[in-house]
Design a protein around this ligand. Structure first.
Ligand SMILES: CSC[C@H]1O[C@H](OP(=O)(O)O)[C@H](O)[C@@H]1O
Ligand code: ADE
Length: 294
C-alpha cells in the first residue's frame, strides 16, 4: 500500500528513565548525526512486537544538564534510526493545585522560555518556518490517554508546560508569574525538542509526571532533586506500565498523520533551491530529505 507505514516508536526518557525494561531483541547502538553528538547511544528493540528506539535524554547516568543537551542531534538521530513518532516521558513540577505529585499530565501546549539552545535545523542557507500552533500530535495524545486509563493512573488530558532554561529551579516570583499565565507544569527540556520534532516531521507528545509543587505552594516545601527522585522512584512501576501499554497501541501499520505532523515541511521552505547552501542541505538529509528531494 502506497502511504502505509510501519510505525517505529521513539521514546525519550527524562529524569529517572535511563533504560526500558522488558525490551525484546535489545541492542544499544551508536547513531551518528551531522548535528553533533546525541545524548547517548540509542537502545533498539521491540515491545509487544512493536519496534522501539529509546534515548535517555540526559544520557545514562544523567550526565548532561538541560542546556547542554544537543536537541538537534537527538532528534536527527531518532529520524535516522527510522523513528516515526516520539513519546517524551518527563519529570515536571506542578504549577496547579489540582495536579499534585504522582499525577500524570498529557501535555498539549508549551510556553518556551529557553534562550540558550539551538532551536532549529534551518539556518542561513535554507530558511523554513513550520507551524507549532498545535505542538502535540492528537493521535499520540489519544493513545497516551487510553494507556493512562487502562493502567489506572491519575492523569489529566491537556495542560500547558512552561519550559525554563534552568538548571536552577525557579524563583518564587517566576513560579507565580507562570501560574498567572495559566501554565500547569514546569520543566527544562521539552523545548526545543518538540519544535525540532515538528521540523523533522515526527509526531510528538509528552507524558509528564508531576514530581513536586515547584516553589509556589504555601503548604509544600520547595522543590529539591531529592524530592523529585523520591517521587520518580515511587512512580517508576506506573511509568513502566504506561510505556508497555502505550507502545502496542501505536504499533499497527497506519496511513499519514491526520494532523499533518509528517508533512510539516510541505510549505515551510522559503529559500529557493538555487539559493540553498549545499553543506546545510547535506546536514538536512534525514530531517528534510522528503521535501528537499522534490
Ligand atoms: C532532576 S529534576 C530537574 C530535571 O528533571 C526534568 O528532566 P526531564 O524533563 O528530562 O525529565 C527537568 O526538565 C530537569 O531537567
Ligand atoms: N519544579 C521543577 N522545575 C523545573 N523542572 C522540574 N522537573 C521536575 N520538577 C521541576
Amino acid at each position: 500500500m502506497g502511504d502505509t507505514i510501519e510505525p517505529v516508536i521513539g521514546l525519550i526518557g527524562g529524569s529517572g528513565l535511563y533504560d526500558i525494561d522488558g525490551l525484546e531483541e535489545r541492542e544499544w547502538r551508536k547513531v551518528g548525526s551531522p548535528w553533533g553528538e546525541p545524548s547517548d547511544e540509542l537502545l533498539f528493540g521491540r515491545l509487544g512486537g512493536v519496534r522501539v528506539v529509546f534515548l535517555p535524554r540526559h544520557g545514562r547516568g544523567h550526565r548532561m544538564p538541560p542546556s547542554a543537551l544537543n536537541y538537534r542531534a537527538n532528534i536527527d538521530a531518532m529520524k535516522r534510526a527510522g523513528v516515526t513518532e516520539i513519546l517524551s516521558i518527563s519529570a515536571v513540577g506542578s504549577l496547579n493545585g489540582d495536579l499534585p505529585p504522582g499525577h500524570f499530565v498529557i501535555v498539549d501546549q508549551f510556553i518556551d522560555r529557553t534562550f540558550a539552545r539551538a532551536k532549529s535545523f534551518f539556518e542561513t542557507g535554507c530558511v523554513a518556518h513550520v507551524s507549532v500552533a498545535h505542538p502535540v500530535c492528537p493521535r499520540l495524545g489519544d493513545a497516551a490517554e487510553e494507556a493512562a486509563r487502562q493502567v489506572g493512573l491519575k492523569y489529566r488530558r491537556g495542560g500547558t508546560y512552561l519550559v525554563m532554561e534552568g538548571p536552577q529551579f525557579s524563583t518564587k516570583a517566576e513560579s507565580e508569574l507562570y501560574r498567572a499565565w495559566g501554565c500547569d507544569v514546569i520543566g527544562m527540556t521539552n523545548m526545543p525538542e518538540a519544535k525540532l520534532a515538528r521540523e523533522a516531521e515526527l509526531c510528538y507528545a509528552t507524558i509528564a509526571m508531576v514530581t513536586d509543587f515547584d516553589c509556589w505552594h504555601p503548604e509544600h516545601d520547595h522543590v529539591t532533586v531529592d524530592a523529585v527522585v523520591k517521587v520518580m522512584h515511587a512512580n517508576a512501576d506506573r511509568a513502566r506500565a504506561l510505556v508497555k501499554t502505550v507502545v502496542p497501541m501505536l504499533g499497527a501499520p497506519r496511513g499519514p498523520c491526520p494532523a499533518g505532523c509528517d508533512r510539516a515541511l510541505e510549505y515551510a521552505l522559503v529559500t529557493p533551491p538555487e539559493q540553498r547552501d549545499p553543506a546545510l542541505m547535506a546536514k538536512l538529509d534525514a530531517v528534510a530529505g522528503r521535501v528537499l528531494a522534490k
